[in-house]
Design a protein around this ligand. Structure first.
Ligand code: FES
Ligand SMILES: [Fe+2]
Length: 444
């Protein structure tokens, strides 16, 4: 349970709020590079409650600028993207990717007024197919975080996004909550443990047999390491390790031999909207056509899937709004609760979104009752509140901003003796070691 003040601190991300200021000190993943073509479409985006426009100029540079022309405020969404900048269609003023006014054709040629005018803009960076935006205070932006999915060639990873209509913190809390997996994502009407489940080994059966994982949490220099321990019998435990990295990254554990891995970025669009930026990757090799096709088809944990988005609109991130939504109850079907899906919601990602959006845009956490399986949620909230408050008094940037290498970690999973030192025993498999990809227990 949080006090009203603590809930406000955690959830509000507008300019001037403690959490909003914390977020602004980090690079924000925003666009997939292919969303912007040179001299192509101008896209409406929105980050941390600020409406912005993104475009790629003739030279391929990405600009992120304020939405209203510095002259008299016409919307630059209607701008002509041509010859190295955006030209406002109202009176022809033109701005480059840095916001400099480079042409003012309705003023006399001898006027130097254009040199005094700037369009608000933010710094951008592009690496391996992803465009990042920096809204922070440093005059020289910090390095990009060394997250594995964005350090690899594009052929080794697949990225896609989706918009979720709730506050970013309740979406993150859903991701770090391993306890729901035994319920929400259970196929069929199968909570009952059958004899065959007792005989089986593998993650699916373990989750079914032990529905109350013990949670263990450890503060790390990048955020929080979360261990969910399930009893698998014979003195052994299945450990699934989720990483929370400031300010909004999560990495859950992999499955099976030579696994693909994933990271999700829960980027606040505003207080009531979250952009879920999902990346699946293989550390050692290009993804196969079959793997990419499956991700494009979607409806798994990570990806909505190309066919499952609503028709694109010009709204901020309007290409990434799923068909399944609160307006159609995420295609909920009560009859299917008895047959196909414990939740009655068919698409895997929508099972999560349905629960998280169903709480309302910002859940009133004064009303919650946290149990032992919510230990990770409590610790991550504390980590975020601590970082946000520290920034109010600090001269130094928050954790990780100037140390991009602390992001060189992975989610992990392992079978260990029940009384093992879980942090020490998993140290090696949690490190990002180039050329190495430890296996994990499989789903069978
Ligand atoms: S409002 Fe944009 S040029 Fe006048
Ligand atoms: Fe889930």
């Amino acid at each position: 349970m949080l006090s009203p003040e603590e809930n406000e601190l955690l959830t509000r991300v507008g300019a001037g709020t403690p959490m909003g200021e914390l977020m602004r000190q980090y690079w924000l993943p925003c666009l997939i590079s292919t969303e912007l073509a040179p001299d192509g479409d101008v896209l409406r985006i929105r980050l941390l409650g600020e409406d912005l426009l993104a475009f790629r100029d003739t030279q391929g540079r990405v600009g992120v600028v304020g939405p209203n022309c510095a002259h008299r405020g016409a919307s630059l969404f209607y701008a002509r993207n041509e010859e190295g900048g955006l030209r406002c269609p109202y009176h022809g003023w033109k701005y480059d990717v840095d916001g400099a006014c480079v042409d003012m054709p309705n003023e006399p040629p001898e006027s130097s007024f254009k040199d005094k005018v700037r369009q608000p803009s933010y710094r951008t960076a592009e690496r391996n197919g992803v465009v990042w935006v920096y809204m922070g205070r440093l005059s020289d932006p910090p390095p990009l975080p060394e997250l594995e999915w964005n350090m690899l060639p594009e052929a080794q990873r697949h990225v896609a996004k989706r918009i979720q209509f709730c506050n970013w913190a309740q979406a993150v809390e859903g991701e770090i909550d391993q306890s729901h997996v035994s319920f929400l994502h259970t196929p069929g009407n199968q909570l009952k443990i059958e004899a065959e489940d007792l005989a089986r080994s593998g993650v699916v059966a373990w989750r079914k047999r032990d529905k109350h994982p013990r949670f263990h949490v450890q503060d790390m220099d990048y955020g929080v390491l979360i261990g969910a321990q399930r009893d698998v019998g014979e003195g052994m435990s299945y450990w699934r390790l989720t990483q929370f990295l400031l300010p909004f990254y999560t990495m859950t554990g992999p499955y099976g031999e030579d696994p693909t891995r994933h990271t999700r970025c829960w980027v606040p669009v505003d207080d009531h909207t979250t952009m879920v930026f999902a990346a699946n990757y293989h550390p050692l090799r290009p993804l196969t056509e079959k793997e990419v096709a499956k991700m494009r088809a979607g409806s798994g944990a990570g990806f909505v899937g190309d066919p499952n988005f609503a028709p694109p609109t010009n709204a901020p991130f309007g290409r990434w709004i799923p068909k399944a939504s609160r307006s159609n109850d995420f295609f909920f079907d009560r009859a299917s609760q008895q047959t196909d899906h414990f939740s009655g919601i068919p698409e895997f990602w929508a099972q999560d979104a349905g629960m998280q959006e169903g709480m309302g845009p910002i859940y009133d956490r004064t009303k919650e009752h946290l149990g032992t399986t919510d230990a990770a949620i409590i610790r991550v909230r504390r980590s975020l509140a601590h970082a946000a408050k520290a920034l109010l008094e600090a001269e130094e940037p928050p954790p990780g901003v100037l140390h991009p290498d602390i992001y060189r970690v992975r989610g992990a999973a392992a079978l260990l003796p029940a009384d093992a030192d879980w942090v020490a025993e998993t140290e090696e498999i949690r490190k990002l070691v180039p050329g190495v990809n430890p296996s994990a227990p499989g789903r069978q």
